[in-house]
Design a protein around this ligand. Sequence first.
Ligand code: KIV
Ligand code: NA
Length: 290
Amino acid sequence: IRSLTIADLYAKYHAKEPISMVTAYDFITANWAQSAGCDVVLVGDSLATCALGYDSTNQIGLEEFRYHVQAVCRAPGPAFVLVDMPFGSFESSIQQGIETAIAFMKSSARVGGVKIEVGSPVGQGESQKQDYSLQLAAELCSRGIPVMGHVGLTPQRAHFLSGFKVQGSKSAKDAAAIYHTAQQLQDIGCFSVLLECVPHKVSSYITQRLSVPTIGIGAGLGVNGQVLVQSDILGMTPHAVPKLAHKYGDLNSESIGLIKRYANDVSEQKFPDNNKNGFKIKDDIWAEFL
Ligand code: KIV
Ligand code: NA
């Protein structure tokens, strides 16, 4: 099966059909996302907390991340595969960032692009400095590496932002900063902009003014597509899911229930069944063995 291209995603965007995107962390979750027909599969750095048990997404290493990218890419299906640039894999220098993006693009032929978290300009007045990630995004685009710019709540910068909070709601200046960063991302060549935890009025305003598709998470309906974390949708963990997500099922309790049934069957010697699950030896061979 041929993978969706950026042109295919743009065709949906121009037809005003919402783009569906979901995270995947390994071969199994990628198969589910592909079989469900999602347009984009994101190997998000939420992998670190949702599937690997880290306290923060910032703790995952590049090689560890790449191992999961390759597993996700082994799942067949038509989705466009997008890869997050994890914390620490691009901040040291533009060169480091380019090398990381190249490593991801080379890790499988199926990787279609990368996603980078981008902040708003920092500092005041004259000394205001453009966000570093914006420069990096521009360098990647100019090298033919497709980039989705991620703005609003950027979890890798949680300390800088004093926590995981809605962005662009405190002041008109904050909302304007997100809009301008989104506009700049489009101008430098990003194929799409992701808006996380932004008031829906702000994300609709931005969406109406951009000419590239916006993907939202906690950004309301007025965007061109939605993304959610697969473990939230499926209820894979006992934790409550964030307000921006919707839990469509409870795979956690379902899985525990099924494993309990198995463990009980083992305790009560109901599993295995020698006829159903076992293997036979011919009577003459058995007699000779004895
Ligand atoms: O890492 C992730 O899962 C993400 C999405 C939630 C946007 O970046
Ligand atoms: Na992420």
